[in-house]
Design a protein around this ligand. Sequence first.
Ligand code: SAH
Length: 370
Amino acid sequence: MRRLLIASAAGPELSAAAVAAWAQAGVELVDGGELFADDDDTGERSAAGRAARGGEPMLLVLPPGGARASAALARGFADFGVEIAGLVLTGGADAAAVERLAGMPVVRDLDDVARLHALAAAPAKRGEVYLVGAGPGAPDLLTLRAVKLIRRADVALFDRLARSPVMDLIPAHAERIYVGKRPGAHALTQVQISALMVKLAQEGKRVLRLKGGDPFLFGRGGEEAEALAEAGVPFEVCPGVTAASGAAASALIPLTHRDHSQACVFVTGQGKDGPSGLDWPALIRANQTVAIYMGLAQLDALMAEFVAHGAPPDTPAAIVDNATRIHERVIVGTIASLGAAAAAAALKGPAIVFIGSVATLRAKLLAEAG
Ligand code: SAH
């Protein structure tokens, strides 16, 4: 039997008799008043708010209202990470309708001790994993769904994003596990990271796996999803703004444009077998944009390959370093000039390279945007 906390989103007068009955059922009353009556200035939280952040299951007392509004309110709390064991209605809403719309059990009668017993005896929440794309850097490029999933986390696994403001959205009670490279220690292998996620989810935790950009674009999200599926762990993938999209928007380099490019190809400059594994004839085609991820370290070699495979040396090219971040830098040139320009600017990355005549649009858009 688990402890259930009662939190009120309504602030109703709970009768002494009901409170006593609930206590008998093993339901602890946290008279939280408002669930999220946090005071941002003092940092004080209601008892219910603290418990909610601690991931404890609770009975949520809803204010009087229609079924739809009641369900929406309950789902809103759940989206903010409150673990809801059941809903208590204080108005005349149709309990069955609320149950169906919210997808949560409803306690119809405040004195229904048997029902409370049943809810308290229900199995604890199921563990699951969220593979969440955090976008290229600017925190306001996160999707609303990403924010929702981040707020639900009991434990967060991260690597590159250690210093990202996105990390501030992780609930204070959530454990944070760094799985990237550490000075003097080996980084966890991909297999170890996947195994850790499976283990944490099997312990009943909601595991957040935060990734830069989009999880399914050069982010090994596919490999992690495979491991989770094989282990039978429920998971959800939340897309993120990929570096090419973020960089394109912020550097004013449209990825496609009817006068320039009818296709856009995303490639990695660092495949398992190095850049030589790329399909060069496909990449040097006219009227397309090539976005190269992880290309900075091999920039000279990559540009030389383009020329060697027949691309005109004056093909426009650009590099966007730290796209969407405060230190963003953009260099526009040609495939012949880009390597030297990037070296002169001492770019450190992460950086994305664009090849194609769309790179020339930046100057025009900048000039015309005033
Ligand atoms: N899943 C990520 C890509 C991870 S691979 C995504 O969808 O964006 C890492 C590469 O992404 C870097 O080498 C770089 O090429 C690119 N990248 C990530 N963040 C970037 C940024 N803010 N600016 C420019 N390139 C970035």
